[in-house]
Structure formats: structure tokens, C-alpha cells
Write a protein that binds this ligand. Structure first.
Ligand SMILES: C[S@@+](CC[C@H](N)C(=O)[O-])C[C@H]1O[C@@H](n2cnc3c(N)ncnc32)[C@H](O)[C@@H]1O
Length: 276
């Protein structure tokens, strides 16, 4: 196991982060250090590399290692209907977003952004929820944009095949309706995959998407320091239409300076409506 001194580790980690940014534009400089240190050390141990200098040489000779490092640094833990109570609470919030005017919904279709979608579980959960809640006419014009920084994760998401343990929170009738069993795995049916468009997007460095009615950004801010949380929140705020719904992770909340623009819809959950 590599056990460099803490001070050296800080200096080396900073050098590595600057290099990742300069060489590849991957900007992890404002991510929380403790988690980064653990993940990089894990990568070095897996490669049997004993020092950062040795690792820098490897990055020079094999630049594709930058992508593998990115995959190792970012944590992809997720599951279908993660925190099921959030999706239960969302039903009425979504319906309220679709006011009916003389039998016609005022919104043609929803634009939903699943930011930091990892291997796709959350995006397909949103596709299930939309299919269950929306009328066929609104669903036809609904699109879920699912983005992540990690291309490998997006490849898994597009494949849309999951082990049974990722589906623990999915009620059996929904499994039957939206998945096909393929040996040991479950494949998401086309009616859901057709609703979701996956794309590589770095919320720190790329331009934000716009005009979203629902924006999920869960379990990403926990990796950011306070300044980066504020900077990225500006982008989420810009992306969300007035009246839109923002969902963050259980241990995440919106930065204080934005609180006056949002109403928290459930006292114990990070579900907010942006005020008009
Ligand atoms: C723990 S997963 C969250 C998955 C899902 N949102 C959930 O809560 O179950 C965190 C995801 O954030 C992604 N991520 C990290 N930094 C990112 C960035 N700057 N832009 C976009 N995605 C990022 C990682 O690749 C990873 O897939």
C-alpha cells in the first residue's frame, strides 16, 4: 500500500489535478480533497504504482489513463427509485405543473434533466415515473436529458441492462411492465429508452442546458466544496424554468443565497419549486 505523508499527498494531489485540467480539461480542483485522495490512492494501488512521479510518467506515456482515472475518481453508486419516497412525493408536484385549460394541458411536453446520471438508473426511473403519470399526448412530447461527465458510465446507461439488485425498489408490476429478463440481467424496454437521451456533459465546465421543467441533480454536490456548489448551482438555477422542480440528494440543499427563489415542497426532502 502506498502511504506517503499527508503534506506530500496534498502537494502531489494538487499537481495531479492541475495536470488533469491542463491536459484534458477535467476540472476536479474544487472537489472535496478527502474523497479525491482516497480515490486516487485506490487507483495507484490498483496499478501497483508507488509514487505520484511514477504515475505522472505513466500519464505521459499512456494519456488514455486520464479517462480511467476520471472513472475511478467519480463515484457511480445509484439504483432504481433511490430513496423511493422522493418519487412518491414527486407525483403531485408534477401534476401541479401540468395545469389543464378547458381539457387541454398548457404544457405540451416536459423537459427533464437528469444531471449526473451515472449508469442510468435514475434517468430510467424518471422515464418510468413519466410513463406512469403523464397522458400519452404529453408523454409524446416529453424528453429526458441524462448527462454525466463519465463516458464509460454513459455506455453502461445506453446498454440499459441491470442486475436484479439494482431493481430492489422497483415494484414487481413495474418490473413486468418496463423490463425484459435476459438471463441474469434485466433489460429496459424500448418505450423507456426512447424517452431518454444520454450525453456527455461536465456541469462544472460546460454550458448548461435550458428550459427544464424538472431537474434532478442528486448526490453530486456532496463531492464539491462550498465555492463550487455555489458556482454550479447558478447553472442549475439558469437551466430551470420558473415554476420548475429541482430535486437534490437527501444530504444536499440549495445554497443559502438562492433560498428566497425556491419553495421547499417536502420538509424532510430536498425537493424545491422555483418561484415564478
Ligand atoms: C453518486 S453518482 C449520482 C448518481 C445519481 N444522480 C444518484 O443520485 O443516484 C455521482 C455522479 O456524478 C458524476 N459527476 C461527477 N462530477 C461531474 C461533473 N462535473 N459533471 C457531471 N457529472 C459529474 C459522476 O460521474 C457520477 O456518475
Amino acid at each position: 500500500m502506498m502511504t506517503p505523508s499527508t503534506r506530500n499527498l496534498d502537494v502531489d494531489l494538487t499537481r495531479l489535478l492541475v495536470r488533469m485540467y491542463d491536459e484534458r480539461g477535467f476540472d476536479f480542483r474544487n472537489y472535496k480533497t478527502a474523497s479525491l485522495k482516497r480515490r486516487v490512492t485506490k487507483r495507484l494501488n490498483a496499478l501497483n504504482i508507488l509514487s505520484y512521479n511514477e504515475y505522472f510518467k505513466m500519464l505521459d506515456s499512456d494519456p488514455s489513463e486520464y479517462n480511467r482515472l476520471l472513472s475511478c475518481i467519480t463515484i457511480k453508486v445509484s439504483e432504481f427509485f433511490r430513496e423511493p419516497e422522493v418519487f412518491e412525493a414527486l407525483g403531485p408536484a408534477i401534476n401541479a405543473f401540468l395545469p389543464v385549460d378547458e381539457g387541454r394541458t398548457l404544457v405540451k411536453g416536459l423537459r427533464i434533466w437528469c444531471c449526473a446520471c451515472a449508469n442510468g438508473e435514475e434517468a430510467y426511473t424518471l422515464a418510468i415515473l413519466s410513463s406512469e403519470l403523464l397522458s400519452p399526448a404529453v408523454l409524446k412530447h416529453t424528453k429526458i436529458f441524462a448527462t454525466d461527465i463519465d463516458s464509460e458510465a454513459l455506455d453502461v446507461a445506453r446498454k440499459a441492462e441491470y442486475r436484479e439488485d439494482f431493481l430492489t425498489n422497483v415494484p414487481p408490476e413495474l418490473i413486468k411492465k418496463y423490463f425484459i429478463r435476459t438471463g441474469a440481467a434485466y433489460k429496459v424496454k424500448n418505450n423507456l429508452t426512447n424517452l431518454v437521451r444520454f450525453g456527455r456533459h461536465n456541469i462544472v465546465t460546460d454550458r448548461t442546458l435550458t428550459k427544464m421543467h424538472i431537474l434532478f441533480c442528486r448526490n453530486l454536490f456532496i463531492y464539491f466544496n462550498k465555492e463550487l456548489q455555489e458556482e454550479v448551482f447558478k447553472k442549475l438555477d439558469y437551466a430551470l424554468s420558473a415554476g420548475g422542480i429541482l430535486v437534490m440528494g437527501r444530504s444536499e440543499s440549495l445554497p443559502k443565497q438562492f433560498a428566497h427563489r425556491y419553495v421547499q415542497l417536502e420538509s424532510d426532502m430536498s425537493i424545491y419549486r422555483k418561484m415564478d
